[in-house]
Design a protein around this ligand. Structure first.
Ligand SMILES: Nc1ncnc2c1ncn2[C@@H]1O[C@H](COP(=O)(O)OP(=O)(O)OP(=O)(O)O)[C@@H](O)[C@H]1O
Length: 351
């Protein structure tokens, strides 16, 4: 992807990139051996040396057991880490490998193993080397899928997962700058061939990027769009928090059990559509037991719910006018209230 900025990253610039991590007790660097993460390791090592009392750093490589060269690449990272004075661990993904959705399963396993390594090292953060180019690709992938505002916000510089903060200090740095940094430091790196394997969506999309860049849709502009959408998304989240508190206050201490969320239907219906959607999504994800609900399904549920709320008043016998399950949650409308609770466990087939 064309990007005008391809100068090596200076020590000063790196200090700015890592500024928020200075007081962490220890950090784990996720290093695959590709150029981005090798550059992350080199930059972090130089930054650590420049500090009087910086965080401890452990480099971790995950061997997914999917490519024969992976073990050699992990050894190569270990060698380079040792040359930079950093301890290194290789962790292997040993579980059953699924036939479909392999990249997603590998990613899930990778983050689980990285979080585990962080706990072992007493680290508060895991650092990955996602770049501005990765951010642009993520935005495009989600755009093509028709994601909502939250998805189009792409990757955040910091996200928490199981008590460990996932940090992406290079999210606004171009890949070309990282490669220039490695060239200046005379450091070699491996290229993961799956990055170009057009059996996967991301590499196919990556091939389109130069065409978009020629029309002005370069990584810098796309990443800027993601940042602006993230800002708008954060504002809508605050509105949803406020609406949630308001609905709770309307209950005047008449709070239902923790395992049930209940909203006054008329007040709920008066909220903006995006806020209503988020409240439903939050409640379903918190109480359902079948993983996060798909946005499209929550949208369908909401229009059914909206129609039911606006429709003829429920029968006086108190029977629900609507009762539906989604992602392991039971959503009902009865007596002017919306209730969301865990759905009863489904009966197993054959019983
Ligand atoms: N095998 C690995 N071992 C350690 N870290 C890795 C490994 N693979 C990827 N990473 C870390 O994750 C970052 C992103 O890698 P990559 O872009 O290949 O993953 P992705 O699956 O496309 O992204 P994401 O993990 O966010 O979905 C790398 O820069 C590196 O920091």
């Amino acid at each position: 992807m064309s990007d005008d900025d391809d100068s090596p990253i200076s020590a000063r610039e790196a200090r700015r990139l890592f500024a928020g991590l200075r007081d962490a007790p220890a950090l784990v660097l996720a290093v695959s051996g590709g150029p981005d993460s090798v550059a992350l390791m080199w930059l972090a090592a130089r930054w650590q040396r420049s500090l009087a009392r910086g965080p401890q750093i452990t480099v971790v490589t995950i061997d997914h057991g999917l490519r024969p060269e992976a073990a050699r690449e992990a050894r190569e990272v270990k060698r380079l880490a040792a040359a930079l004075g950093l301890p290194h661990r290789t962790l292997r993904w040993r579980g059953e490998k699924p036939k479909t959705g392999l990249p997603a399963a590998a990613r899930e396993a990778r983050y689980r193993l990285l979080a585990q390594a962080a706990r072992t090292a007493g680290a508060s953060h895991v650092l990955t080397a996602h770049t501005r180019d990765d951010q642009a690709e993520t935005l495009l992938m989600r755009l093509f899928r028709g994601s909502g505002l939250a998805g189009l916000s792409a990757m955040a510089p910091f996200t928490e997962r199981d008590g460990i903060v996932l940090a992406r200090p290079l999210l606004d740095v171009s890949k070309s700058q990282l490669i220039a940094t490695l060239r200046r430091a005379r450091i070699g790196f491996a290229e993961d061939p799956t990055n170009r394997d057009t059996a996967f969506t991301r590499p196919r999309l990556r091939a389109l990027l130069p065409l978009l860049a020629a029309e002005g849709g370069d990584a810098r502009n796309l990443a800027r769009l993601a940042a602006r959408l993230a800002r708008a998304n954060a504002a809508v989240e605050v509105l949803a928090d406020g609406a949630e508190r308001f609905l709770r206050l309307r209950d005047r201490g008449d709070a239902p059990q923790a395992s049930v969320r209940s909203f006054e239907a008329a007040t709920f219906a008066a909220l903006p559509e995006e806020v209503r959607l988020r409240l439903l999504l939050r409640a379903i994800n918190a109480l359902g037991h079948e993983g996060p609900a798909e946005l499209g399904k929550v949208e369908t549920l909401m229009s059914v719910l909206d129609r039911a709320i606006a429709g003829p008043v429920a029968a006086a016998n108190g029977r629900p006018v609507l009762k539906q399950t989604l992602a392991g949650a039971l959503i009902s409308l009865a007596g002017g209230r919306i209730q969301i609770a865990p759905a009863p466990a489904r009966r197993r087939k054959g019983r």
